[in-house]
Design a protein around this ligand. Structure first.
Ligand code: OGA
Ligand code: MN
Length: 290
C-alpha cells in the first residue's frame, strides 16, 4: 500500500486503494492491520456510494443499529446522516437538531453510552459547507495515555468511567439534554483502559459523555475526566480534516477522540456515518465490568 502519515503520531492516508475493490480476502487484511496499528485511515477521491459504505462497514463487524438496540429487537438498519439539511432547507442555528450537531463539537468517542461500544466510525462527506469550516478533528488516546501525567495515570490506570449521553447534551443546553432520546440509555460503566488486542498498546476510553469515575466524587471525577481529555487533545496532537466530497475518514473508537468544527449554519453540511459495534475479538471483555 502507498501511504503517508495523517499526523506524525497517528493515522495513515492510503493513496492507492479504491474501496470498491476491497473484499474480505483482497486488501481487507492489510487495511484492518493498518487500522489496528495507526488508529485512523483516510481515503480520498473515492467513488463511495451507500452500498460500498455498507460493504466496508460489514468487514469491520456488526452495524451499530441504535433503534434496534433501544427496542431490544431486530429492526432494519439505516445509514445515519450527520446533517443540517432537511427537505425544506437547513435547520435553524438555534434549533435542537442543530444543537445536537453542535454537541459533536465536544471531544468525544461515539457510543460509549450504549450497551455495546463502537469499534469504528466510517464517515464520508456528501455536502461540504461552501464557505469552509466543518472540519472533523481527531486525537489519539493511545498517545495521550503514553504521555499522560503521573497524577492522572495513577487515578485512571484501574478506573471505571461512567458514561451518559445527556452529559454531553446538557453542556450545549439543558433543553437538549432533557430530550427523551438523550435519556433513553441507562448510565454505562466501562474500564478506562483498552489494551489493543493486536498491538497490546493501551488507550483511554473517554468522551464528553463521561460523567463520573467510580469511587470518586462527581465534581472531582468530572475534573479529572476533563483534564485527561484536554491532555489528549492539545493543539499539536490534533489532526484536523478539511472535507472534500469523496473523502472517507475512519477511526478506531477504542483509541481516538474526535469532534466537529463549526461552520456557517445557513449553509448545508452533510456527512454520512456508519458505526460498527465491537465484538469479543476487539477486546470487549477488557473494558466490560463483570
Ligand atoms: C460523528 C461526529 C463530527 C462531525 O459523526 O460521530 O462526531 O464533524 N461527527 O460532524
Ligand atoms: Mn461522533
Amino acid at each position: 500500500m502507498q501511504t503517508s502519515p495523517l499526523h506524525p503520531d497517528f493515522g495513515l492516508t492510503i493513496e492507492d486503494i479504491d474501496l470498491r475493490d476491497v473484499t474480505a480476502d483482497h486488501l481487507w487484511p492489510e487495511l484492518r492491520h493498518a487500522f489496528e496499528t495507526h488508529s485512523a485511515l483516510l481515503f480520498r477521491n473515492q467513488d463511495f456510494d451507500d452500498a460500498t459504505h455498507l460493504k466496508i462497514a460489514k468487514l469491520f463487524g456488526p452495524l451499530e443499529n441504535r433503534k434496534a438496540m433501544a427496542a431490544g429487537k431486530e429492526l432494519p438498519f439505516a445509514i445515519s446522516p450527520v446533517s443540517n439539511e432537511t427537505k425544506s432547507g437547513v435547520t435553524d442555528a438555534k434549533a435542537l437538531h442543530t444543537q445536537n450537531l453542535q454537541a459533536n463539537m465536544l471531544w468525544h468517542t461515539d457510543s460509549t453510552f450504549l450497551p455495546i461500544p463502537a469499534l469504528v466510525n466510517i464517515l464520508t462527506a456528501r455536502v461540504v459547507p461552501k464557505s469552509g469550516g466543518g472540519q472533523t478533528e481527531l486525537a489519539s488516546t493511545r498517545n495521550g495515555w503514553a504521555t499522560m501525567p503521573k497524577h492522572l495515570k495513577d487515578v485512571l490506570q484501574d478506573a471505571i468511567i461512567w458514561h451518559r449521553l445527556s452529559n454531553s447534551r446538557d453542556r450545549i443546553s439543558p433543553e437538549l439534554g432533557a430530550l427523551p432520546e438523550m435519556r433513553q440509555w441507562p448510565d454505562r460503566p466501562w474500564r478506562a483502559l483498552w489494551p489493543n488486542p493486536v498491538t497490546g498498546e493501551d488507550s483511554l476510553l473517554i468522551a464528553s459523555h463521561s460523567f463520573a469515575i467510580e469511587g470518586i466524587g462527581l465534581k472531582e471525577g468530572q475534573a479529572i475526566i476533563d483534564e485527561a481529555i484536554a491532555h489528549c487533545t492539545k493543539p499539536q496532537d490534533v489532526y484536523s480534516h478539511e472535507w472534500q466530497v469523496g473523502d472517507i475518514l475512519m477511526w478506531d473508537e477504542r483509541a481516538m477522540l474526535h469532534r466537529g468544527q463549526p461552520w456557517n449554519y445557513d449553509e448545508p453540511r452533510t456527512l454520512s456515518s456508519i458505526c460498527c459495534s465491537v465484538t469479543e475479538a476487539d477486546g470487549l471483555s477488557s473494558v466490560r465490568i463483570v
